[in-house]
Design a protein around this ligand. Structure first.
Ligand SMILES: Nc1nc2c(ncn2[C@@H]2O[C@H](COP(=O)(O)OP(=O)(O)OP(=O)(O)O)[C@@H](O)[C@H]2O)c(=O)[nH]1
Ligand SMILES: [Mg+2]
Length: 264
C-alpha cells in the first residue's frame, strides 16, 4: 500500500512547489508517485496532478452557483468533497503508487480547523501509513514572535489532523544562510529562543516564558520542532525530508513500499 505525505502550511508557504519538487525527487529514486491536488480553489499548479479534486468540485463554479465569496466557496467545496471520496479513492486504488503526495488547500484554517478537511483526509488515507509536512516559510518567519506563533499553529494543526508531523522550513534559497542559522538556533536551544523572544518583546516576562511553554507543549505532543531547511527551487534538503519520512514510515529502515509499481 502507498505511503501518504500530506503537505500543509499557511497560504503561500510553498505547498504546491514542494509537492512538485518532492515528487520529482522521489521519482529520481525510482519510486512511483501520485500527486493529488486537494485544493478545489487552486488556479494554477506547478505540477500536473494525477488526481485533481477540481474535477469533482471546482470552488470557482461553487462561488458562482451559490453566490459565495472565495472563503465561503472553499468551505462549501471541501464539504462537498466528502460526497466524492469513494470515487477519488477508487482512482487512487487503481494506480497503487509507492507514494501519494497530497497538496492541501491554501487556506489552512478552512481546511484543518473545520470538520470536513480532516474527515476527507482520513477517508482518503484509510488505514495506510501517513505523515504530514508542515511548512514554515523562511521568508515569513523573520522574528521570534512569528516563529512562536507558527509553532503554535503547527501544534494546532497536529491536534486536528492527528498525523505524525515534520516541520519543514521552506524557500530557504530566498533568505541568507545567516537567517536560516539564526532560525535553527532558536529551534535547537529553548534558552536562545527565549532570549530572542525576550529581546523582541522588550523583556515582557510572560512572552519570554512562552518559548519554553511552546517547547514543552510540542515535546508533550511528541512533536519535533526543529525544521528541516529545504528549497523546492534547488532541491536542497529533500533527501533529509525523505529520511525523516522514512523514520516515521518504517522506523528508520529504508525500504520500498510493499507493492512497488512502475513509474507513473
Ligand atoms: N524561491 C523559491 N520560491 C518558492 C519556493 N517554494 C515556493 N516558492 C514561491 O512561493 C510562492 C507560493 O508557492 P506555492 O507552492 O504556490 O505555495 P502554496 O502554499 O501552495 O500556496 P497556496 O496553495 O496558494 O496557499 C510561489 O510564487 C512560488 O514561486 C522555493 O523553494 N523557493
Ligand atoms: Mg498551493
Amino acid at each position: 500500500m502507498p505511503y501518504y505525505i500530506v503537505i500543509v502550511g499557511p497560504a503561500g508557504s510553498g505547498k504546491s512547489y514542494l509537492t512538485s519538487a518532492l515528487g520529482e525527487w522521489l521519482e529520481d529514486q525510482q519510486l512511483s508517485v501520485l500527486r493529488l491536488n486537494m485544493d478545489p480553489a487552486a488556479e494554477w499548479l506547478p505540477y500536473s496532478p494525477d488526481i485533481d479534486v477540481r474535477e469533482y468540485v471546482d470552488a470557482r463554479k461553487v462561488m458562482k452557483e451559490y453566490n459565495l465569496g472565495p472563503n465561503g466557496a472553499l468551505i462549501v467545496s471541501v464539504d462537498m468533497l466528502v460526497n466524492h471520496i469513494d470515487k477519488i479513492k477508487e482512482e487512487l486504488d487503481s494506480v497503487r503508487p509507492n507514494y501519494v503526495i497530497i497538496d492541501s488547500p491554501g487556506q489552512l484554517e478552512l481546511f484543518a480547523f473545520r470538520t470536513s478537511g480532516p474527515l476527507v483526509l482520513d477517508q482518503l488515507v484509510g488505514g495506510d501509513r501517513v505523515a504530514s509536512l508542515f511548512l514554515l516559510d523562511a521568508t515569513y518567519v523573520t522574528s521570534p514572535s512569528i516563529y512562536a506563533s507558527m509553532l503554535m499553529l503547527l501544534a494546532s494543526v497536529f491536534v486536528r489532523l492527528k498525523k505524525p508531523l515534520i516541520p519543514v522550513l521552506s524557500k530557504t534559497d530566498m533568505v541568507s544562510r545567516k537567517h536560516v542559522e539564526k532560525l535553527l538556533s532558536w529551534s535547537e536551544d529553548p534558552l536562545v529562543f527565549s532570549e530572542a523572544l525576550s529581546e523582541e518583546t522588550h523583556r515582557d516576562i510572560q512572552l519570554s516564558m512562552l518559548a519554553q511553554n511552546i517547547v514543552d507543549l510540542l515535546e508533550n505532543l511528541g512533536l519535533s520542532w526543529i525544521p528541516i531547511p529545504v528549497s523546492s527551487l534547488t532541491g536542497a534538503g529533500l533527501s533529509e525530508v525523505y529520511a525523516a519520512l522514512q523514520r516515521i514510515f518504517s522506523g528508520g529502515e529504508d525500504f520500498l513500499t510493499e507493492e512497488p509499481s512502475g513509474r507513473l
